[in-house]
Design a protein around this ligand. Structure first.
Ligand SMILES: NC(=O)c1ccc[n+]([C@@H]2O[C@H](COP(=O)([O-])OP(=O)(O)OC[C@H]3O[C@@H](n4cnc5c(N)ncnc54)[C@H](OP(=O)(O)O)[C@@H]3O)[C@@H](O)[C@H]2O)c1
Length: 247
């Protein structure tokens, strides 16, 4: 497939590497010129391009920018080929993205994102931390393999998203429609808890929309408190223990 990735940060870099290694024709862009895209993103064959070019020629456009930056890419995504599948990895964190009216108290973030893009999307890869994404991918059939929820309204588009999630080293779980994708947002039991496909359905079912925003903010407070106490960012084990402890 021709895949354009907008966003070459923590998640976009790993996506570019994995999907190029899987044999796709991958273009990747950040907010600046192609020569500023980090070398790690290009190490398995992806090509650095301008963001407009990443969206323009692709059969699949993956957007991996902070949610507050989505308005800056919305027109590019809206102009992608009509049959392109749009996949979005974003999560809303008010302390980082700013306060957005109608978001953040349990509302469905991807409905807001869809309105920005003016087209349907697939929500995927939003529930895995950079550390687990980088280090905990496995082959299908590996015991304890991490499963990632994939939501979309269109069955064909969701199937494309699920196929690509599998190719990045995780079991893809059909999480239904976008209106239900609040069940995989920050502060829910499925968010960055590295669950297996056996564990994930119960976690999605247990999500509580109103508690999610409170727990997300609590998670950030504890993370920041620990960072200040230690004088450095907590490691991945702390992050996983923290999200699991919330449930
Ligand atoms: N980090 C995680 O553990 C994690 C896990 C799952 C999901 N997510 C979600 O995935 C998204 C990306 O996260 P991240 O941690 O990878 O972010 P990041 O490291 O901050 O990277 C963001 C990328 O977006 C690019 N960007 C911003 N505006 C752009 C524009 N107008 N055109 C093109 N590129 C643009 C930035 O380009 P420049 O380099 O030029 O600024 C940067 O490459 C976020 O919504 C996040 O919540 C993150």
């Amino acid at each position: 497939m021709q895949i354009g990735i907008i966003g070459a940060g923590s998640i976009g870099t790993i996506l570019a590497r994995r999907l190029a290694r899987a044999g796709h024709d991958v273009s990747v862009a950040n907010s600046r010129a192609p020569e500023t895209v980090n070398a790690a993103a290009l190490s398995t064959g992806a090509t650095a391009v301008w963001a407009a070019d990443a969206a323009a020629a692709a059969g699949v456009v993956i957007v991996s920018v902070n949610l507050g930056q989505i308005p800056s890419v919305a027109d590019l995504v809206a102009a992608a080929p009509a049959d392109a599948v749009i996949i979005d990895t974003s999560n809303y964190f008010p302390h980082r993205d700013g306060v957005i009216e109608g978001l953040g108290q349990g509302q469905t973030e991807s409905l807001w994102v869809q309105r920005q893009y003016r087209r349907p999307l697939v929500k995927a890869w939003n529930t895995i931390t950079t550390a687990s994404f980088a280090d905990r991918s496995t082959e299908p059939g590996t015991p304890g393999r991490i499963a990632l929820p994939v939501a979309a309204d269109d069955d064909r588009q969701r199937a494309v998203g699920m196929e690509l999630v599998e190719q990045t080293g995780f079991t893809a779980f059909d999480a239904g429609v976008i209106a239900d994708s609040w069940r995989q947002q920050p502060g829910t039991p499925a968010y960055t808890t590295d669950l297996t496909v056996e564990e994930l359905p119960a976690a999605l079912a247990k999500a509580d929309a109103h508690a999610a925003a409170r727990r997300r903010d609590l998670m950030i407070q504890i993370y920041d408190e620990r960072t200040q106490t230690e004088g450095s960012l907590p490691g991945p084990d702390f992050q996983l223990a923290l999200t699991r402890a919330l449930f």
